[in-house]
Design a protein around this ligand. Structure first.
Ligand code: SF4
Ligand code: SF4
Length: 167
């Protein structure tokens, strides 16, 4: 436990898509008062109730990662860790020490098939130890397929989910 609280941060209410509200990623939720909080807090959707960004709960990420300061919201996925940039600061993840820490996590994760994915709106960049794969805009109906060589991430491509299911 980190003992952290959201405080004046509301960035997930912008960067995350909320299916139950048909809210797209990279747009402020209509119920959010940025910097203050949710205006429908007691009636907010289940998705919002269940959400914790990694900065709130994971001590690996120091105080400098606080989302409204770093402009980065950290989440997990089935494949690893996702770093979602505020769309007004698309290069926030390249600033130090963030880029260095992201690459270190990518290096540590490669052996365990854990990926680091930077997301800016719908644009996705897969980060490896010593390189990155800019996948461009990735649709909700598309999936990322990674290529490994000897445990090292050497390639990535985007394909339709329906093509993946056929294989
Ligand atoms: S991004 Fe994290 S710290 Fe900020 S409001 Fe959301 S859950 Fe709280
Ligand atoms: S409903 Fe509330 S908690 Fe959920 S995204 Fe909107 S402002 Fe944030």
């Amino acid at each position: 436990m980190t003992g952290r609280a959201c405080g004046d941060c509301t960035l997930c209410c912008k960067v995350m898509a909320i299916e139950q509200l048909a809210k797209p990623a990279a747009q402020w939720c209509r119920h959010c008062k940025p910097g203050h909080g949710c205006q429908i807090y007691h009636d907010r959707p289940v998705e919002c109730r269940q959400f914790n960004c990694l900065w709130l709960i994971d001590e690996r990420f120091g105080p400098h990662w606080k989302p409204n300061k770093s402009k980065l919201v950290l989440t997990t996925s089935a494949d690893g860790i996702e770093v979602r940039c505020d769309s007004t600061a698309p290069d926030a993840w390249r600033k130090e020490p963030f880029q260095r820490e992201i690459r270190a996590l990518a290096a540590a994760g490669e052996a365990h098939d854990v990926t680091m994915l930077v997301i800016i709106g719908s644009r996705m960049i897969l980060v490896a130890t010593d390189r990155e794969f800019d996948l461009g805009l990735v649709g909700a109906d598309e999936r990322i397929v990674r290529e490994f060589d000897g445990g090292q991430l050497v390639g990535a491509a985007v394909i339709k989910a329906s093509d993946l299911e056929r294989d």
